[in-house]
Design a protein around this ligand. Structure first.
Ligand code: PMP
Length: 310
C-alpha cells in the first residue's frame, strides 16, 4: 500500500475477533470484536479526531495556515492533532495535567508541540480553563474544545462506525466502549442506533468516575473517566455503565499482552473486562463490539505491564 502522507494512514484499523477459544467466558457461538485503534500512526483512536478537526477547521475558515491550535488533552488527542497539524505546518500548544504519562508528553513534543502543565489536583477542568485563557493571549488561535465540539463525535460517526458496519453488517448486539470526552462512544453509538434501534450500549468508566453515580476519586486507568457528565451522551438510550476497578483493568491489560500479544493501554483492558461480562450474559450467537483505544508502550514509565499491586 503506497500512501503520500502519514495522515492518509489514519483509520481502517483491523477488527480482532475473540471467541470461546480465547476467553472461556464468551459463550460458544458468540464473538467479541475489538477494533485495534492503537494501530493508528499516532498510536491511538484520537488520530481520527485530529485529522477531522483540522479538516473541518480549515474548511470552515476557523483555521488558517497562521493559526496556533491550543487544546487541553490527556495526551492522545494532542498527539492526533499534532500529526494532523504537521501536514499544514500549524503550531500546536497542549495543556496537560501533570499526572498524565511522560511518554505521551514526549511524543507530543517529538511532533513539534509545546506543552503547558496544569496541577494534577485541578484535573481536566483546570486544563480546560488554562487552554481558554491561553487562547485569549494568542491573536490567531483556535481552541478545538474536544469536550464540546460536535466535530469530536462526528469524527467517529463518519469514519470508525462505518468501518464496523462494513465488517460486521448491521447485526451488532452490543457496543461497549470507554467514555472520556464521550466522543468515540456517542459518535459510534448514534451511527449504530440508526441501523439497529435495539442495540445495547454499554459505557465503560474506571471506578472513581461519576457516570454510575458513585463518588469521584482518583484512578490509575488512563484516558477514560470523567469529572463532569459529557454533553455528548445526552439523549442517548444508554443501556448501562460498567465501572471497572484499576485492579481488574490492569490485570486484563497484562493478560492481553502476555497471552494475546496485544500491547494496549489500560483503557483497553477496562473495556475488555466489560465486553466479556456483556458477552457472558447474552445468548449464544451475540456479537459484542469494543474498541482498544491506544498503545501500551506509552505507559511503560507507569509500569503498566509489571506493577505488583495490580
Ligand atoms: N482511551 C484512551 C487511552 C484515551 O486517551 C481516550 C481519550 N481521552 C479514550 C479512551 C476515550 O475517548 P473519548 O474521549 O472519545 O471518550
Amino acid at each position: 500500500m503506497i500512501i503520500d502522507s502519514i495522515q492518509a494512514a489514519v483509520g481502517h484499523t483491523p477488527l480482532l475477533r475473540f471467541t470461546h477459544r480465547e476467553f472461556a467466558e464468551i459463550p460458544k457461538g458468540s464473538s467479541v470484536y475489538a477494533k485495534l485503534e492503537y494501530l493508528n500512526p499516532g498510536g491511538s483512536i484520537k488520530d481520527r479526531l485530529g485529522v477531522y478537526l483540522i479538516e473541518v477547521g480549515l474548511a470552515s475558515g476557523k483555521i488558517t495556515r497562521e493559526t496556533t491550535i491550543i487544546e487541553s488533552t490527556a495526551g492522545n488527542t494532542g498527539i492526533g492533532i499534532a500529526i494532523a497539524a504537521l501536514a499544514f505546518g500549524l503550531r500546536t500548544i497542549f495543556v496537560v495535567p501533570e499526572k498524565f504519562s511522560l511518554e505521551k508528553q514526549a511524543l507530543m513534543r517529538a511532533l513539534g508541540a509545546e506543552i503547558v502543565h496544569t496541577p494534577t489536583e485541578e484535573g481536566i477542568i483546570g486544563a480546560i480553563a488554562k487552554a481558554e485563557k491561553l487562547q485569549e493571549e494568542f491573536a490567531d488561535s483556535y481552541l478545538p474544545s474536544q469536550f464540546e465540539n460536535p466535530a469530536n463525535p462526528q469524527a467517529y460517526y463518519q469514519s470508525l462506525a462505518p468501518e464496523l458496519v462494513a465488517d460486521l453488517g448491521e447485526s451488532i448486539t452490543s457496543f461497549v466502549a470507554g467514555v472520556g470526552s464521550g466522543g468515540t462512544f456517542s459518535g459510534v453509538a448514534r451511527y449504530l442506533l440508526e441501523r439497529n434501534t435495539a442495540i445495547r450500549l454499554i459505557g465503560v468508566e474506571p471506578e472513581g468516575s461519576i457516570l454510575n453515580g458513585g463518588a469521584s476519586h482518583s484512578h490509575e486507568i488512563e484516558g477514560i473517566g470523567v469529572e463532569f457528565m459529557p454533553t455528548f451522551l445526552e439523549g442517548l438510550p444508554i443501556t448501562g455503565y460498567a465501572a471497572i476497578t484499576d485492579s481488574d483493568g490492569f490485570a486484563m491489560t497484562r493478560k492481553l499482552a502476555r497471552e494475546h500479544g496485544l500491547l494496549v493501554g489500560s483503557s483497553s483492558g477496562a473495556v475488555m473486562v466489560a465486553a466479556l461480562a456483556e458477552a457472558a450474559q447474552l445468548p449464544a450467537g451475540s456479537q459484542v463490539v469494543t474498541i482498544f483505544p491506544d498503545a501500551g508502550d506509552r505507559y511503560l514509565s507507569k509500569n503498566i505491564y509489571s506493577r505488583e499491586d495490580y
